[in-house]
Design a protein around this ligand. Structure first.
Ligand code: ZN
Length: 445
């Protein structure tokens, strides 16, 4: 153990010894990450962006409605509900199992309800509800807009279209301190009362439907339904005395999803069926058709196994010889709240990949799977660190243990360190995305 710690310290010294090149590579990757985040105001847009990149790299889209004829050496991807995506590449030669990275495409947001316009005090506001467990206060007093998916009437059925109203459109104003003197002594939010965004004056009545239709390139009466969310308009940025921080909305978990895709594309993918998997609805328990509790991942792995010749036994042998990395962002120890972190295991921003442990199996990492991750980190020359909750705090959970109920492969839960998780403007490190890409490139090789 002492020897291992020494090796880790050595690695950290190496990292601090080559700050310039590291920082440049990290900043370049952080800028690419920001471009990806800004193009992904919702899970739908994240999946669409990934599909586009996969197409550019020669991956072929498959439909779940058709039989799959897969060929060794080829790459494919499949999308479910426009919001979850699984890409895979088959090795040319013999293979025995899958190498999977699973992350999630969704983030806590406010979802716009049906018939959302409400009138109050000469204004039109929108009726919204909570999607996931967000920090509410940072959503207030800043420009917001609307993005998501609409269903349009087409030839007796429907067609979906992604929209993003790319303008400062909405805002949730705070109540002035004069009317709530306790505002700085702890405040609770009632979404139905406190967090409805303003759209305009009463002259804007009916504008919402029109704006949505216009963004979809359709007539208002053609809109059959919508899955629309508020998003924060503030652009992402790289900041700090040495430009060591990166802030933007949706770092949890698109930072890992982005790194997973980059590592997947860069890896050699020779010995294993490599799988990049981004599931939806993690923030609300993963229980949907496109979430980690669904059969999506299992369906895809079984179809891969079947179409390359093999029965159910062969599939089970392959799963038994597989590895799943569940990649979901982790809490860095907060400089203003050091007491909230475990006394010993205190992840730091830019300190590298976080391996998460939980005795009650909220995180599935065990001694063996952690050891495998550490070896991949060493091979990639990137630092790693450990997260455990304080023993007197419950903490969060993620998708690793949920996907295990469908695909029982050896699993490790990892993530990248961040602050302000579930704020609409989260903070992470410029170097960490690059570290994860490099580790996953090794994993996929
Ligand atoms: Zn997450």
């Amino acid at each position: 153990m002492a020897q291992r710690d020494e090796r880790q310290r050595e690695l950290e010294r190496e990292q601090t010894g080559k700050p310039q090149a590291e920082r440049r590579a990290g900043q370049q990757t952080a800028r690419e990450l920001l471009a990806f985040l800004e193009g992904s105001p919702t899970a739908f847009h994240a999946a669409a962006q990934m599909a586009e990149r996969l197409e550019r790299h020669g991956f072929r889209r498959l439909s779940e409605r058709e039989r799959w004829q897969l060929r060794p050496g080829e790459g494919y991807y499949v999308v479910r509900n426009d919001s979850a995506l699984i890409a895979f590449q088959l090795p040319q030669g013999p293979w025995t199992g899958f190498r999977v990275v699973a992350s999630h495409s969704d983030s806590p947001m406010f979802k716009i309800k049906e018939n959302p316009e409400m009138e109050a005090e000469g204004c039109i506001k929108l009726n919204v509800e909570r999607y996931g467990g967000m920090l509410c206060a940072p959503w207030m007093d800043r420009p917001l807009s609307v993005a998501g998916r609409v269903a349009l009437r087409r030839d007796g059925g429907w067609e979906t279209r992604l929209i993003c109203l790319d303008r400062d459109l909405l805002l949730i104003p705070s109540l002035a301190i004069h009317m709530n003197r306790q505002a700085n002594e702890g405040i609770s939010f009632n979404v139905q009362k406190d967090l409805l965004p303003l759209l305009g004056s009463t002259a804007a009545k009916g504008a919402f439907q029109k704006l949505v239709a216009e963004a979809a390139g359709a007539e208002p009466e053609e809109i059959l339904g919508h899955d629309l969310f508020l998003y924060n308009r503030q652009k992402g940025c790289i900041w700090g005395a040495e430009e060591e921080f990166v802030s933007c909305g949706r770092l949890d978990d698109l930072q890992c999803a982005f790194a997973s895709l980059q590592g997947f594309l860069a890896g050699e993918k020779k010995r294993w069926a490599a799988v990049h998997c981004v599931l939806d609805n993690e923030e609300v328990g993963s229980g949907s058709r496109q979430g980690a509790a669904s059969t999506f991942l299992q369906d895809v792995l079984r179809r891969i196994s079947d179409s390359l010749g093999g029965d159910y036994q062969d599939y089970l042998c392959r799963v038994a010889d597989s590895f799943l990395i569940s990649a979901d962002n982790a809490h860095a120890a907060h400089p203003n709240y050091g007491e909230k972190a475990d006394p010993v295991n205190r992840p730091r921003i830019n300190g590298g990949i976080v391996i998460k442990f939980s005795a009650n199996q909220k995180y599935c990492t065990d001694g063996c799977t952690a050891g495998a991750v550490k070896e991949w980190c060493r091979e990639a020359g990137v630092p790693f660190q450990v997260f455990t909750n304080r023993s007197d705090m419950a903490g969060g959970s993620t998708l690793g243990n949920i996907s295990l109920s469908q695909v029982a492969a050896a699993t490790a839960d990892i993530g990248l360190p961040q602050l302000a998780m579930h704020s609409p403007y989260e903070t992470a490190g410029v170097r960490d995305t690059e570290y994860l890409i490099r580790m996953l490139q090794v994993y996929f090789s």
